[in-house]
Design a protein around this ligand. Structure first.
Ligand SMILES: [Zn+2]
Length: 309
C-alpha cells in the first residue's frame, strides 16, 4: 500500500472532481477497518521511466505546463497547475514501486490509490490522466522479461489509453468492463474490439448500459475467470476505478463494492495460481470520496485475505 503526502499532490484545483480527498478518505477507512498493511512512501518516477511508454515531446510539454501552471494539458478535462509534473511523477513512480516490490518478492501484492490513469496516451494527456502509469508499468515489466500481462479494468470509463497501444500486442491480455461508449467518455470499447492481427482474442470489452450493476456480476465473473485462465499471466494489474459504483457524479453504472471485491477475489486466485501472487491494484477513477473508500477497501480486504501469506 502506497501512502503519503507525495500522492496528495495529484489534485486538480477546485471544482475539479479528481482531488486529494479521494485518497485521504480511503486511507482513513483503511485505518478504521484496521487494514494497516505494509505502508510504502510514494516515489517519483524519473524521466527515463516515463519515456519507457511516453514520447519525450509529451514529457517535455507537461514539464513546461507545470512551470507555467495554467491552461489545459488536453482539450479541457485535465488542467495544468504549478507542480503537476512532479505530482504525476509521484502517481507513476508509486505504481512502479508496487511493481518492483511485487516482482522482487518483497510483497505479494501492491496498491496505489492514485494510479490507474488509463486515458493518457503515449503523446498526450487525456481525461484527468497526465501520464499513464499502467503503460509505463507494462513497459517496465517487459524490460524485466515478463511476456504475459493480464490487465483488468473495472473503472466506469473504457481504458482507451491502455487498450489502443496494445491492441495488436498478443502479450497484453485486457479485460475491460465499462459504461458503453455510446453514453460516456471516451466513447470507445465496443464488444467487437477484441484485439487485432496476432492479438485477436486477447482483449475483452464489456460495455454496459446506464443503470446496470450487480445483477451483471454473475455473467461477468465466469467470463473473467475463463479469460484469465487462458491468459496464463506472469503479472496481473487491476484498475479498480470506484466511478462504476452507484452514486458517482460522473458515471452512470450502479455497482456496489461487491463488484470490486468479487473481481479482486477472482484475480487474487488467478495470481496465486499463475504467477506467485504477483498482482498490483490501482485506484483509477471515482468521484465520490466515500465510494472510493468503500470500493478500494473492499479490494484491499480481498488481497490481504486468507489465500496466501
Ligand atoms: Zn473513470
Amino acid at each position: 500500500m502506497v501512502k503519503g503526502d507525495g500522492l496528495l499532490k495529484y489534485s486538480f484545483p477546485p471544482p475539479h472532481p479528481f482531488n486529494s480527498a479521494r485518497a485521504v478518505r480511503f486511507w482513513e477507512e483503511l485505518v478504521r477497518q484496521d487494514l494497516g498493511e505494509v505502508m510504502v512512501e510514494p516515489e517519483l518516477a524519473d524521466e527515463e521511466a516515463l519515456e519507457l511508454f511516453h514520447k519525450k515531446s509529451h514529457v517535455d510539454s507537461v514539464r513546461e505546463a507545470s512551470s507555467l501552471g495554467r491552461g489545459y494539458l488536453d482539450e479541457g478535462d485535465t488542467p495544468a497547475f504549478k507542480g503537476v509534473f512532479e505530482a504525476a511523477e509521484f502517481a507513476v513512480g508509486s505504481t512502479l514501486a508496487c511493481v518492483e516490490k511485487t516482482l522482487g518478492g518483497e510483497v505479494d501484492h501492491g496498491f496505489n490509490p492514485v494510479g490507474g490513469l488509463h486515458h493518457a496516451r503515449r503523446d498526450a494527456s487525456a481525461g484527468f490522466c497526465v501520464f499513464n502509469d499502467i503503460g509505463v508499468a507494462i513497459e517496465l515489466l517487459r524490460s524485466r522479461g515478463i511476456k504475459r500481462v493480464l490487465y483488468v479494468d473495472i473503472d466506469v470509463h473504457h481504458g482507451d489509453g491502455v487498450f489502443y497501444p496494445y491492441e495488436f500486442d498478443s502479450g497484453v491480455f485486457i479485460f475491460d468492463v465499462h459504461e458503453s461508449g455510446r453514453f460516456l467518455y471516451p466513447g470507445t470499447g465496443s464488444e467487437g474490439e477484441t484485439g487485432g492481427g496476432p492479438a485477436e482474442g486477447t482483449k475483452v470489452n464489456i460495455p454496459l448500459l446506464p443503470g446496470e450493476g450487480d445483477e451483471t456480476i454473475k455473467e461477468i465473473l465466469p467470463r473473467l475467470e475463463e479469460f484469465a485462465a487462458r491468459a496464463r499471466p506472469e503479472f496481473v494489474i487491476l484498475q479498480c476505478g470506484a466511478d462504476s459504483l452507484a452514486g458517482d457524479p460522473i458515471g452512470g453504472l450502479k455497482f456496489s463494492e461487491k463488484f470490486h471485491s468479487s473481481v479482486a477475489r477472482a484475480l487474487h486466485n488467478v495470481a496465486d495460481k499463475a504467477c506467485n501472487g504477483r498482482l498490483v491494484a490501482l485506484g483509477g477513477g471515482g468521484y465520490s470520496p466515500d465510494n472510493c473508500a468503500r470500493a478500494w477497501t473492499s479490494v484491499v480486504k480481498e488481497l490481504v485475505g486468507s489465500q496466501d501469506n
